[in-house]
Ligand binder design. Structure first.
Ligand code: ADP
Ligand code: MG
Length: 682
């Protein structure tokens, strides 16, 4: 029987109700219980009075002198005082609402007191006390402090974990290979788990923590690295035959010269495409850095090699836009581009499906609809996802079930700080577009108060008179009194009334796909001058003639989102502006406006965003792939994380890892992870 197979209910003292409550803390088995680590310790070690600072908590030992005095006040409130001699000083010990102690406080008895020491009044306000002559568990120790709640109290969980250590401690198994334990002089697992719960002193507690933090980060990295290494070894991807000359000819048909960054990234991708392993690459580049054309070249290469490609995007607006730009880019080369979205009519859809199956369509652009059941390809070999954070294991397995194992290129405009890149995306290879196309002027960003709306309107007038266009973003579409946000429809009316001579468009999530498409198309052709919109334009939208981005109630948006919105302008040669309208009451809100006006560098914005929000919230959703570590702290333990990553990469690259008995335990752990779904190992 393994500890992770023994339900916690087996412990004496764990009732059905306690069990339910433990489940809420993620404790189901004995293994979970033993791995329920304290987050700090309370110090009950006895110290001299001289070492205890006035105003702080300390533990001292002394002798009771004289008789206790009990005072009653209020309703059932008591104050008990007694003189105690400690280190030659006569102090007054004070207990509140502990009248039952009165009889035990007998002169000349030894006592251990923990509480707040006030030097001036020679008084110690006792929070806990005990007598050395009665068997006591706490005195002289560091007591672990756990996260608890409900009927699970500190003392109860201490007791139950103590019992579990006694009863099952010997069954704990080592997980880390000897080589790593030796390399970092780590405590063996059994000792570390015992010591983190019951340390003799702080040094021991720290050593135990160090070992367990390393273990946690190493196991996490091992999964990512093993996944990557298996993927490389399996050789079941497509080895595209890419003819360099045909790529060169295609690139020459583009309306601009590629930046050096784009060239470098294209080469990294083409190298992957030629290899028989499955590409699993992340392309990160700030907004406007020109990722679309990189995707187009990759898709072109796949088609030239005789296969089909897909471009997956999060919204239908974006799908339409990419369809148009790919059709333009591929026109000269004669590639057939198709569109597949969820809201498409049945007839059209059937045509597209047939085209894909027969191979009449070379490149399909669409939302998630393109990898769903019922969609069959003739020979899909490359999937590019745009503005999406992750092409998950699930999506891969859907494709694999259809016998497809395409190369995957994930593009993101949210620059990822290094900390997150090696945690969330540790299994991917990363390409980065570091520069933007030449001739772009920095976007000027202003933060204004609501009262300055007139000036903002003047700004719109000026840009439109110059032949440019503007976005006006409002946070929500429906009236919500609670949030007090500007309603998009109201704003649309308001702006149209302010500018009767202009065409003001409205775009929000409630419109039908064809209405959205029509509006976006008109905006793209400069038939609409001002586009009032919700965040549906947040990602990817590319209208280079738009030079003004106005965001209403900007404090309601996250930093990365604001940066994304700002990235909708500054895409052409004209000077662009971003105006953030906000009266933030919160510190975070003001901080965000400050960051936005201070920097235009997406990597810097991302770094500050991470600082303000913490890694868990960084991507806004749980698909971020950033795990909740039990013990490790992404910031504080970052060096350990990097070390663990190196160790895991080295280990999984070594053939021994996949066969030697010494690593059987680790392979076992991998097999249990859904990332491997059983079919990748053995
Ligand atoms: P993003 O990285 O934000 O997706 P896009 O791919 O939409 O950026 O490109 C932004 C704009 O820059 C587009 O209008 C595109 O045509 C243009 N562009 C891309 N690469 C270059 C280049 N090398 N030189 C000039 N303009 C470019
Ligand atoms: Mg884009």
């Amino acid at each position: 029987m393994k500890l992770n197979q023994i339900p916690v209910r087996q412990m004496k003292g764990v009732s059905a109700q306690k069990e339910q409550e433990l489940h809420a803390f993620g404790i189901h088995t004995i293994a979970d219980l033993l791995d329920y680590f304290p987050f700090r310790y309370e110090d009950y070690r006895v110290r001299g009075l001289a070492e205890t600072k006035s105003g702080e908590k300390g533990t001292v030992q002394g002798t009771i002198v004289g008789n206790p005095i009990l005072q009653r006040y209020g309703r059932a409130k008591t104050r008990l005082t007694c003189k105690v001699a400690v280190d030659g000083i006569l102090l007054t010990a004070v207990w509140f609402n502990r009248h039952f102690l009165q009889d035990q406080l007998t002169p000349s008895r030894e006592i251990i007191l923990t509480g707040k020491w006030e030097q001036q009044r020679l008084q110690l306000t006792v929070s806990s006390s005990e007598f050395p002559d009665s068997a006591s568990a706490r005195a002289g120790t560091l007591q672990p402090v756990y996260s608890v709640g409900g009927s699970i109290t500190q003392s109860w969980i201490r007791k139950i974990i103590g019992l579990a250590l006694q009863q099952y401690g010997a069954m704990m198994e080592e997980m880390l290979p000897v080589s790593l334990i030796d390399k970092y002089k780590l405590m063996p697992r059994r000792e570390a788990v015992t010591r983190i719960h019951q340390p003799e002193d702080t040094t021991e507690g720290q050593a135990a923590r160090r070992r367990l933090v390393y273990e946690e980060l190493f196991l996490f990295q091992l999964k990512l690295q093993a996944y990557r290494s298996l993927n490389r070894k399996r050789m079941d991807g497509t080895a595209h035959v890419v003819d360099a000359e045909s790529i060169r000819v295609f690139v020459r048909t583009l309306p601009f010269e590629l930046t050096d960054s784009q060239k470098k990234v294209v080469n990294e991708i083409l190298t992957d495409l030629r290899q028989p392993y499955c590409m699993n690459r992340l392309l990160q580049g700030d907004v406007g850095s020109g990722k679309t054309v990189v995707a187009a070249i990759a898709l072109f290469a796949a088609v030239k090699a005789g296969f089909q490609g897909a471009l997956m995007v999060p919204t239908e607006i974006l799908a339409e836009q990419h369809l148009r730009s790919l059709q333009k880019l591929f026109a000269a080369a004669g590639l057939e581009v198709g569109l597949l979205t969820g809201s498409m009519g049945e007839r059209k859809r059937r045509d597209v499906l047939a085209g894909l199956q027969m191979g009449l369509i070379d490149v399909i652009v669409g939302t998630h609809a393109i990898i769903q059941e019922g969609v069959n390809f003739r020979n899909l070999s490359l999937v590019v996802t745009d503005e999406q954070h992750r092409f998950g294991v699930n999506q891969r397995s859907i494709l694999r079930r259809k016998g497809l194992n395409p190369d995957v290129l994930t593009m993101t405009a949210t620059p990822i700080p290094r900390t997150l890149a090696i945690t969330a995306f540790g299994d991917l290879d990363v390409s980065t577009l570091r520069e933007r196309p030449q001739g772009r002027k920095p976007i000027k960003t202003y933060w204004v108060k609501h009262g300055m709306l007139d000036r903002v309107l003047g700004f719109i007038r000026r840009e439109v008179d110059n032949g440019q266009q503007a976005y006006f973003i409002c946070p929500l579409i429906e009236e919500s009194e609670k949030l007090d946000v500007q309603n998009a429809i109201d704003l649309h009316i308001q702006i149209q009334q302010a500018f009767p001579d202009m065409r003001v468009g409205l775009l929000h999530g409630r419109l039908s796909a064809s209405e959205k498409d029509e509006t976006m198309g008109a905006f793209g052709r400069n038939e609409i001058h001002v586009l009032v919109a919700t965040t549906v334009v947040e990602v990817g939208v590319d209208v280079p003639n738009a030079t003004l981005m106005i965001v209403m109630d900007a404090e309601r948006f996250g930093l990365s989102q604001l940066h994304q919105l700002r990235g909708r302008v500054g895409r052409g040669a004209h000077q662009s502006y971003c105006v953030l309208i906000a009266d933030p009451k919160s510190e975070t809100g003001r901080e965000r406006m400050k960051v936005m006006t201070e920097t235009e560098d997406g990597f810097e914005v991302a770094r500050r965003d991470l600082e303000l929000r913490g890694p868990g919230d960084f991507f806004g959703t749980k698909q971020s792939g950033v795990p909740d570590f039990k013990l490790a702290d992404m910031a504080a333990d970052f060096e350990v994380l990097e070390q663990a990553r190196e160790d895991a990469a080295e280990l999984t690259a070594n053939a021994d890892f996949w066969k030697e008995a010494a690593y059987a335990r680790l392979r076992e752990i991998l097999k249990q992870d859904q990332l491997f779904q059983g079919d990748l190992l053995d």
